[in-house]
Write a protein that binds this ligand. Sequence first.
Ligand code: KIV
Length: 272
Amino acid sequence: MSVSKKKHKRVTTNVLRTLKERGEKIAMLTAYDYSMARIVDDAGVEVILVGDSASNVMAGHETTLPITLNQMIYHASSVVKAVKRALIVVDLPFGTYQGNSKLALRSAIRIMKESGAHSVKLEGGREIKDSIERVLTAGVPVMGHLGLTPQSIYKFGTYTVRAKEEEEAEKLIRDAKMLEKIGCFGIVLEKIPAALAKQVTESVSIPIIGIGAGPHVDGQVLVLHDVLGITQEFQPRFLRRYLNLYDDIKGALSRYVEDVKLGDFPNEKEQY
Ligand code: KIV
């Protein structure tokens, strides 16, 4: 059991800041449903992200763009029912906050009211500053997301590493400082050079959570289905798989099919 797990009952945004100050790493994972969220929470992660990656791993879409606010609320409310300890962050989906701060506020309030989650995450920097500020004024904690922001995939054109060039790296640092200044409680940095992530982490007092951003950040986040080896095609360098559940589940289910076909299931003890 980690030090943080023993000391804190509910993880709050203040707890995350304390962990950063103490130099204790923060573990964050995604979850989208009740059953998995229970396991993720029990495993001791500090933050559970109801990510719009649900669009990929739960709904089978190629990108995160199609998922709707109602669908995010459905996933988030399932997760909320399961979680006792972790802070729950919910992604505002594409089209529910960009360029319209009133819409952003309405979307964030719907998530908080209808799911019972604790905070929201928005992708982008200066270009969505108004939206973030408006959400913050309602008392909704906001996490930022910079670097590779999958909702902008059609602008980038590829999922390759971001901010390798000086101009983009400088903008990213400026955006991180701006997010801290306006009151975000943390920032996800996705797929950027490790040296840049280190520089950002040292320049702000709020926790920086990396995904494909190297080790010199305050914590790490991964997509649950990737960690468990349920997704097979997705094999980026930054991913560490802890299980190969695709093969394990397939093997178990093939045995079930065989037992049914052979008439071995149910046996005498498995009936009334
Ligand atoms: O939607 C998601 O899962 C995310 C993580 C990749 C950080 O935003």
